[in-house]
Design a protein. Structure first.
Length: 752
């Protein structure tokens, strides 16, 4: 009886447990399938959004920002803006500059393969490296691109032309046409940016998931297909019909089922952040959810529990319930956006809370991925400045940084060309690609101002000099050697945590690039900066230079300055001493020329004592200073010439006003407040004759007027001109004019 009762109890309990498991499984299966479908659909929409974001950032953003970046009013865009406001020939330097600038823009973007520009002022059309003069009768219609003929007179400021065959590039392109806004007297300017249709298609294909049935397409708001991953015309037309037939045009993103010809498709539609493009994902419903595999897997789990778990559940129920209760308690306490009383039962509450937690984790993961570059940059920046403990791996591993080797050093690459920030970023990406081709050491770099700062993680067994040569070799393969300087700091064991100290020494080495213009790599450990001299004879040289300025010894001051600079380059002086000396030189020149009447601040529009700080190297400083000296001495020369002209005019006025008086050099010197000997020497230098000779010439010129007038006798004229002897006057007159005053008078009267 007891046995039967026991068996009955076991059977009853087994049936109860089986029913319970079946019911629970049914509920779990129902909600899990529902949640599984919702998750799959959401994931599909999320993937489509990510694909759209990638296309926006890699393709559209560079294209849409190109007009503002390269046609805005600043000095870097002079080549492209000049034809907008000035007339030019269809050949020559301006045209070469436009083509050079266009080629540079194309090379910087992986998806732009052509850039056409139309300048209305000059009636010039730049097409694929060639130029067409639209007013030239020889220009045929076939020479004009389709986009220009079709959209020249349209009122739209910007538009996309879907995939079309460009005869000039001989390939399929997507064309973006943009009309620059008119301003003041400027004429119209149009640009056509040609995007490589095949490259965009490859990008979309690479972004697809492994599902070969998925088709991605890009459609504009007018229902035109920009491009797609499918070569099948029916599918491409289907993408267009999906967008045109959708009931959610006003939504930026949506997902729905589209039915056509008894076929059902899962459609995800996301609008571009920058344009009216829509990114459309099209997948047949068949196989989309892969429920058969899910069901098969789901059946194995309850079967296992039914066969093996019933007895264990009965025996261990009391023991297992307690920890499970704790788990459920934790789930119940999870913060949730909905009010708990809104849920129908505890199961729904727990399910929604777990779903909410999964969604939050996915959103957090997405944010981390989007901000990964900023996180990486911030982490490297903080490591270089000692803000992160390298011994704590979790503090930098999430940023994608692996410091798994024994030693570390830092280096700084200073770029000396004058280029935009985006070109510096492009250079950094190129360097990173080159650095990653080897696996002997890790290099992580960031762009700061006009330089690249980097951390190198390597094993002690690797030759440090090989790292130096590798860095220089990679840099030389990217840009010309004269356009960069590499400063390498000290190396330390990684566990010492001295990245900050290494970076500080790299900065110290970089400072010395100013006085070492011939060195394109400065290694801190190879230099003995601590042994460099901190003083020299610059004060004596500067004093000598000031004396040369006061004495207007042009050649000597140039020799002195160049000699001083040469000594700073080769003399192993500390950078602080060199910079102070260069500032003292600039201050001395400013002060000395100000003392002799030249205000250098007004002449140059800046303070010489501060301007030298903008120099890239000491050779640039030398060139600039030589030009300053040449200019100032030219100003002194002009100033002296003006003063001499005024002085000569004053002397002549005094002589003219006193020609009938007892005129002498002493009289002129008194009136001009000058020394007698200085005036005599200056007058001889200006006129090439003595003062007495000049006075005699002026008196004889006045004698001509008096003799010709006939109002005075020769004696009267002689006395009037200050000659005590009439015979002496007559002799001087005859020496000057070859005849006596009387003979000259008779000769002039006969002419009358």
């Amino acid at each position: 009886m007891k046995g039967k009762y026991k068996h009955k109890l076991i059977v009853t309990n087994t049936i109860i447990i089986f029913c319970f498991i079946s019911i629970v499984y049914g509920l779990v299966y129902y909600f899990s399938v529902k949640e599984y479908k919702r998750h799959i659909e959401k994931n599909n929409l999320q993937i489509t959004k990510q694909i759209g974001s990638v296309v926006d950032n890699r393709v559209l953003e560079p294209i849409l920002s190109l007009p503002n970046l390269y046609f805005s009013d600043n000095e870097h865009n002079e080549a492209l803006r000049k034809p907008m406001v000035k007339e030019m020939e269809s050949h020559g330097l301006d045209v070469l500059n436009v083509n050079k600038k266009v080629n540079g823009i194309i090379q910087l973007n992986d998806y732009i393969i052509g850039l056409d520009i139309y300048y209305e002022l000059n009636q010039l059309l730049f097409i694929n490296g060639t130029i067409k003069n639209l007013v030239d009768p020889a220009t045929r219609k076939e020479d004009i691109p389709y986009w220009f003929q079709r959209y020249k007179d349209t009122n739209r400021r910007a538009l996309f032309i879907p995939t079309n065959h460009n005869t000039f590039l001989n390939t399929e392109v997507i064309t973006y046409i943009y009309k620059l806004p008119l301003a003041y007297e400027y004429y119209e300017t149009m640009i056509a940016i040609h995007v490589d249709s095949l490259a965009l298609k490859k990008l979309l294909t690479s972004l697809k998931s492994e599902d070969k049935t998925k088709i991605l397409g890009v459609v504009d708001q007018e229902g035109q297909l920009i491009t797609s991953t499918s070569e099948d015309l029916e599918y491409n037309q289907l993408i267009i019909n999906v967008l045109n037939d959708a009931d959610s045009h006003e939504l930026d993103e949506s997902q729905f089922i589209y039915e056509k010809d008894n076929n059902k498709y899962i459609v995800a539609k996301v609008k571009s952040q920058y344009t009216s493009w829509y990114y459309v994902s099209l997948i047949p419903v068949e196989g989309f959810y892969a429920l058969s595999a899910y069901m098969y897997l789901s059946l194995l789990v309850p079967a296992f529990f039914v066969i093996f778990g019933m007895g264990f559940v009965i025996v261990a129920n009391n023991k297992l319930y307690s920890p499970m209760e704790k788990v459920f308690s934790v789930i119940r306490n999870i913060p949730y956006k909905k009010e708990e009383q809104e849920e129908k039962d505890e199961y729904s509450l727990l399910t929604n809370k777990l779903t909410y937690l999964v969604d939050e984790m996915e959103d957090l993961h997405h944010k981390i991925e989007v901000n990964q570059p900023a996180i990486f940059h911030s982490t490297i920046h903080r490591m270089l400045r000692g803000g992160i403990d390298v011994k704590s791996k979790h503090s930098y591993k999430e940023a994608g940084i692996e410091l798994n080797k024994t030693h570390v050093l830092t280096f700084i690459i200073k770029i000396t060309w004058n280029e935009e920030y985006n070109k510096l970023l492009a250079l950094e990406y190129t360097l990173l690609e080159r650095f990653q081709t080897q696996n002997k050491f890790n290099i992580y770099s960031i762009v700061e101002d006009n330089r690249i700062s980097a951390i190198v993680n390597y094993d002690e067994s690797y030759e440090i000099k090989d790292i130096y040569s590798y860095i220089q070799r990679v840099m030389s393969s990217c840009i010309k050697q004269e356009n960069f300087v590499i400063a390498i700091g000290k190396f330390y064991p990684l566990l010492d945590g001295k990245i900050k100290e290494s970076y500080h020494s790299a900065n110290e080495a970089l400072k010395y690039s100013f006085i070492k213009p011939s060195q394109h790599m400065i290694v801190y450990t190879n230099e003995e900066f601590d042994q460099y001299k901190t003083s020299g004879s610059s004060h004596q040289v500067i004093k000598k230079m000031e004396d040369y300025i006061r004495s207007s010894n042009h050649a000597s001051i140039l020799l002195t300055i160049n000699g001083l600079i040469e000594s700073l380059i080769v003399g192993n002086y500390s950078i602080e001493y060199c910079m102070n000396t260069l500032q003292d030189v600039a201050s001395s020149i400013r002060r000395s020329f100000n003392e002799i009447g030249l205000n250098t601040d007004q002449l140059f529009g800046y303070d010489l004592r501060e301007y030298y700080k903008h120099m890239e190297s000491i050779m640039t400083y030398s060139t600039w200073l030589n030009e300053v000296i040449e200019f100032l001495f030219q100003k002194i020369k002009e100033q002296k010439a003006d003063e001499a002209e005024v002085l000569l005019r004053d002397i002549k006025n005094i002589v003219d006003n006193n020609i009938y008086n007892d005129i002498s050099l002493d009289l002129v010197a008194d009136q001009l407040h000058m020394r007698y000997d200085t005036l005599s020497r200056t007058f001889k230098q200006m006129t090439g004759k003595t003062f007495s000779t000049y006075v005699k010439e002026v008196k004889l010129e006045r004698a001509i007027d008096l003799v010709t007038g006939g109002e005075y006798t020769m004696g009267d004229i002689s006395k009037k001109l200050g000659y005590s002897s009439t015979h002496y006057f007559i002799r001087l007159f005859k020496q000057a004019y070859g005849m006596t005053p009387k003979q000259y008078q008779i000769k002039m009267s006969k002419k009358d």
